[in-house]
Design a protein around this ligand. Sequence first.
Ligand SMILES: *[C@@H]1O[C@H](CO)[C@@H](O)[C@H](O)[C@H]1NC(C)=O
Length: 314
Amino acid sequence: MKRQNQSSVFEFILLGFSTFPELQEQLFGVFLVIYLVTLMGNAIIIVVISLDKSLHVPMYLFLLNLSVVEVSFSAVTMPEMLVVLSMEKTVMSFASCFAQMYFILLFGVTECFLLGAMAYDRFAAICHPLNYPVIMNKRVFMTLVTFSWVSGIIGATVEATWVFSFPFCGPKEINHLSCETPAVLDFACANTFLFEIYAFTSTILIVVIPFLLILLSYIRILFAILKMPSTTGRQKAFSTCASHLTSVTLFFGTANVNYLQPKSGYSPETKKVMSLAYSLLTPLLNPLIYSLCNSEMKRALMKLLQRKVFLHVV
Ligand SMILES: *[C@@H]1O[C@H](CO)[C@@H](O)[C@H](O)[C@H]1NC(C)=O
């Protein structure tokens, strides 16, 4: 009987917020707007940085990579979420559930390390300005970027194949908005103890340690800022730091809740809200926080717009 159950069902059913049907319609509108703004904001960053040669320095090249990650992350999660919200139940094939989990992990892990590298870059630039060109030379920069992407690929391959190697049984109705590890693991009818140890360890390495390093570099940056002579410069640097720190804390904090102990007893609603914070809010906020408050980026955008307008007039 059990074997039959296992082999006959090759689909997952995503439930979304179907326990709150009235909420679903409103959320659909909100999510659609968030998705479009996220795509636009990150697309602007990608275009501006790619086209402006003066921005081809580590800080902005990291940002370029981050925006590519954010756009890809949104493209993997948001369209499916919108479908889930517009229907009561969404059937997802095994293969697409696997693919979604794989790419969520890939872009999620890459984002963790990129954010870490960006904090390190700012730390070096602000706390060791004289040595900065040496600390963040081309080789170090390329190593950090490559490391982030390769870790993403390895992390996603190991975790997604491991989760999907478990036999699944029971009614596979996932009370979640996407095929994420914590939601899918509930249907594994095998001993997942070893996997949970792996998930815990890898989350410590990928989420907790980068987050602590980021906190540490911002603390060092704050001390450097406090020693600045001008009050306005101090205020500006302080508000930049505070906004970076807010977005980083939101991302790492919520990812931790869901991934540190994927089989934890948090309610599906809690997991959904946590998931929304890192898959919806972070890609929306990062372009605003990292670039639109940045005078260099604004200058580059203006230059680009003027050139475009000029071309049209001619
Ligand atoms: C990340 O940045 C590096 C260095 O500028 C660049 O070569 C690479 O294409 C970027 N990757 C993506 C996916 O944008």
